[in-house]
Write a protein that binds this ligand. Structure first.
Ligand SMILES: NC(=O)c1ccc[n+]([C@@H]2O[C@H](COP(=O)([O-])OP(=O)(O)OC[C@H]3O[C@@H](n4cnc5c(N)ncnc54)[C@H](O)[C@@H]3O)[C@@H](O)[C@H]2O)c1
Length: 280
C-alpha cells in the first residue's frame, strides 16, 4: 500500500541490473510512493538491456554512468536535474563488484590491481558521487543518500574476500561525508546493512547459499527480502527519518545481534555439536 511518502521528490537510483536487483525494487517502490527519478548503471549493464524495461515501467530516463568516472557522474547529475527540473532529493547507491571474487581468487592470493578496482567501484564511488554532487550543488536541503552495505564490514565471512574491506570503507565514507554534507546542506548520508539477498551480486559470492540459510536460521525474523529492503530505503528517503544520518543501519531481521539460535542448535548441525566431544 502506497502512502505518497516521496511525493514531489526527485531521485537518482544506481544499480538496477535485473528484476532481482535491490535497486530495481527500490525504483518500483519509489514510483509507487510518488517520486520521480532517473536510473543509472554502467554501460555494460545498459547493454544487457533489462534496465530499459524498468525505465518504461516507472517513467524514468536511463542514463549511462560508470560510477568510477567523475565525468560520467557530472553528466548524470546535470542531466538528471535538467530532466526532472530541479535539484535532487534522494540517491540510492546500490553498486558493488569485486574482480577478485569474480575470478575466484582466494583472500590470501588477492590481485592488488583487482583490489583497487573493488574499492573504487564498491566504496570510493560513494565519495565520487557525493563530491560531484557537492561541487555541482546538486542536492536539496534534507536530501537523503543511502548506500547498501553488508555485515562483513564488521565480521569475517570467509569467502566475502576484499568486498569486506570495501564495505568497511563504504560505511566510513558515509560517516565522514555525512558530517560535511550535514553541516553544509542538512543532507543525510547512511548505509543500510542488508541480509543476504538472492541477486546477481549476492550469488557471485562463493558459498552464498550457506550465507543465506545460516543468516535465515539465526535471525528471529528471518532474512530481510529485497522488497523489505526497498521499503526501508523509501522510509530513509522520506521526511519521516529526517534526523537520521551518518549511521550504518542493520536491516537483517535481528541477525547482527545474535550469537546462536534454537534453530541452529536443533536443526542445522549434522553433528549436533558432538563432533567437538568426539575429537577430545
Ligand atoms: N545481494 C546481497 O546478498 C547483498 C547483501 C548486502 C548488501 N548488498 C549490496 O547491495 C548492492 C546491490 O547489489 P545487488 O545484490 O542488488 O546485486 P546486483 O548485481 O543486482 O547490483 C549490483 C550493481 O552494481 C552495478 N555496477 C557494478 N559495477 C559498476 C560500475 N562500475 N558503475 C556503475 N554500476 C556498477 C551492476 O551493474 C549492478 O547493477 C551492492 O552494494 C551489494 O554489495 C547485497
Amino acid at each position: 500500500m502506497a502512502h505518497n511518502l516521496l511525493e514531489g521528490k526527485r531521485g537518482i537510483i544506481f544499480g538496477a541490473l535485473d528484476e532481482n536487483s535491490i535497486a530495481w525494487k527500490v525504483a518500483e517502490r519509489a514510483k509507487e510512493e510518488g517520486a520521480i527519478f532517473t536510473l543509472t548503471n554502467a554501460p555494460v549493464a545498459l547493454r544487457k538491456g533489462d534496465i530499459f524495461r524498468l525505465g518504461e515501467k516507472t517513467g524514468a530516463e536511463v542514463i549511462s554512468a560508470d560510477v568510477t568516472q567523475v565525468d560520467d557522474l557530472e553528466n548524470l547529475l546535470q542531466e538528471s536535474m535538467k530532466i526532472m527540473g530541479g535539484k535532487i532529493d534522494f540517491i540510492l547507491h546500490s553498486v558493488g563488484m569485486s574482480p577478485n571474487v569474480r575470478k575466484g581468487l582466494h583472500y590470501t592470493e588477492l590481485d592488488y590491481n583487482y583490489l583497487q578496482k573493488t574499492l573504487d567501484v564498491s566504496a570510493i564511488s560513494l565519495h565520487k558521487v557525493l563530491q560531484t554532487a557537492w561541487n555541482l550543488d546538486a542536492l536539496n536541503e534534507w536530501a537523503s543518500v543511502v548506500a547498501l552495505s553488508y555485515i562483513a564490514a564488521q565480521r569475517t565471512f570467509s569467502s566475502y574476500s576484499d568486498m569486506a574491506q570495501a564495505k568497511a570503507m563504504l560505511e566510513s565514507i558515509a560517516r565522514s561525508f555525512g558530517y560535511h554534507y550535514g553541516k553544509r546542506r542538512k543532507v543525510r548520508v547512511n548505509t543500510v546493512s542488508q541480509s543476504p539477498t538472492i541477486t546477481t551480486a549476492g550469488q557471485g559470492v562463493k558459498g552464498f547459499n550457506a550465507f543465506y540459510t545460516y543468516a535465515n536460521c539465526m535471525s528471529p525474523l528471518g532474512n530481510a527480502s529485497s522488497d523489505e529492503c526497498a521499503i526501508y530505503c523509501i522510509s530513509l528517503f522520506s521526511d519521516y527519518s529526517k534526523m537520521v544520518t551518518m549511521q550504518n543501519l542493520f536491516h537483517d531481521g535481528g541477525y547482527s545481534s545474535m550469537g546462536i539460535s534454537d534453530k541452529l542448535i536443533n536443526d542445522c548441525f549434522v553433528c549436533q555439536g558432538d563432533c567437538h566431544e568426539k575429537k577430545e
